[in-house]
Design a protein around this ligand. Structure first.
Ligand code: NAG
Ligand code: NAG
Ligand code: NAG
Length: 347
């Protein structure tokens, strides 16, 4: 009778090698840490921009935002809200939406009339713009804070929570506006209700309703170009990063592992689908561009940074892939061959 034990143990050590190699592969090509913090927006605000052109003509624009994503518009002709996303209503009922639209209609009508009637009292001259912003935001620890602020001609005028607070930059005009608001019975009750009850409830429900959209991950595309030379002998290297979501991103020109401190980030530019574009530029002397690379970190990349090399050098990732993968396959073949040979010898 043949003793099965040695062959069995050979087979299992062969399996161990296989397992080890697979494990190695998995470690090499895994994305690293998968624990990612919540990446979506954490605040909601409505914004009002009222342009007072002359004594008879005022344009009121209203909008609703989750941070920099607009989810509501305002039709000032009909005095109704425009819902820009299928989930923009959160869990507000149709009755609640109608009620809120009525509040905003009355508010826009009221503020327009009051301001027009008190132009000289408030020491204002046409044309000017009034801006208002109100909303609430999730704070660390789960609390929700609320805010309401107004500005005139770009200067802070007042803030309101349970009472009206004139802003220092608002001067006596701010005092007057706060006194004016105090004349309206019940206005603070309404504001308090909207800021501290309606807004937090809406914020939580709209973040939930829009979760699939708001927490999606869209990978950036990246490419390099050179900009127009600002001075002879210098080249601005431009790293274009486009179409990513969410907004937080890290883009840096590198030489090896060295971050290039001269890297200048442009503005975040939005796409129609809610994704973002960003450029990072580095000015270098003409001879010094070789060996530079643009490195992009983004939550959608799962720890696998995008690295683009200036010039024609082959990305280091490809080099590693080209060396390690064949080497692993070779080792795997070798291990299998040994194992089979030993198994045959055993028989
Ligand atoms: C008021 O401003 C609007 C918009 O700029 C203009 O069309 C209108 O003619 C102006 N009216 C008067 C009385 O100046
Ligand atoms: C209201 O705002 C004022 C001034 O910003 C602040 O001092 C006060 O604590 C706030 N009160 C509440 C209840 O949030
Ligand atoms: C809407 O959502 C909020 C926050 O999740 C919740 O507190 C509230 O009970 C919900 N209201 C309705 C009518 O479902």
């Amino acid at each position: 009778m043949r003793d099965q034990t040695p062959a069995g143990s050979q087979r299992s050590s062969g399996r161990e090698i296989l397992l080890l190699l697979l494990l190695l592969l998995a470690v090499l090509f895994s994305g690293g840490d998968n624990q990612e913090a919540y990446q979506g927006p954490t605040s909601f605000h409505v914004m009002q921009i009222s342009s007072f052109a002359n004594s008879t003509w005022t344009l009121n624009r209203g909008s609703g935002w989750l941070e920099d994503l607009q989810i509501h518009g305002w039709d000032s002709d009909t005095g109704t809200a425009i819902f820009l996303k299928p989930w923009s209503k959160g869990n507000l009922s149709d009755e609640e939406v109608t009620e809120l639209e009525e509040i905003f209609r009355v508010y826009f009508f009221g503020i327009t009339r009051e301001v027009q009637e008190r132009i000289s009292d408030l020491q204002l001259e046409y044309p000017f713009e009034f801006q208002g912003i109100a909303g609430c935001e999730l704070q660390s620890g789960g609390a929700i804070g609320s805010f309401l602020k107004g500005a005139i001609k770009g200067l802070d005028l007042l803030s309101i929570n349970t009472t009206c607070w004139p802003a220092p930059s608002g001067g006596s005009r701010a005092q007057k506006v706060c006194e004016l608001i105090a004349n309206y019975k019940g206005i603070f009750d309404t504001i308090e209700h909207l800021l501290y009850k309606t807004c937090p409830r809406f914020l939580l429900s709209v973040l939930e309703a829009g979760k699939v959209d708001l927490q999606r991950q869209v990978k950036p595309k990246a490419w390099l170009s050179s900009g127009p030379s600002p001075e002879p002998g210098h080249v601005p290297l431009v790293c274009h990063v486009s179409g990513f979501y969410p907004k937080p991103v890290w883009v840096m020109w590198m030489r090896g592992e060295q971050e290039q401190q001269g890297t200048q980030q442009g503005d975040f530019l939005p796409n129609a689908d809610g994704t973002w574009n960003l450029r990072a530029t580095l000015d270098v002397a003409a001879g010094e561009a070789a060996g530079l690379a643009c490195r992009v970190k983004h939550s959608s990349l799962g720890g696998q940074d995008l690295v683009l090399y200036w010039g024609h050098s082959i990305p280091i990732g490809l080099v590693i892939l080209a060396i390690i993968v064949p080497a692993l396959i070779f080792l795997l073949g070798l291990a299998l061959w040994f194992w089979r040979r030993r198994s045959y010898q055993d028989i």
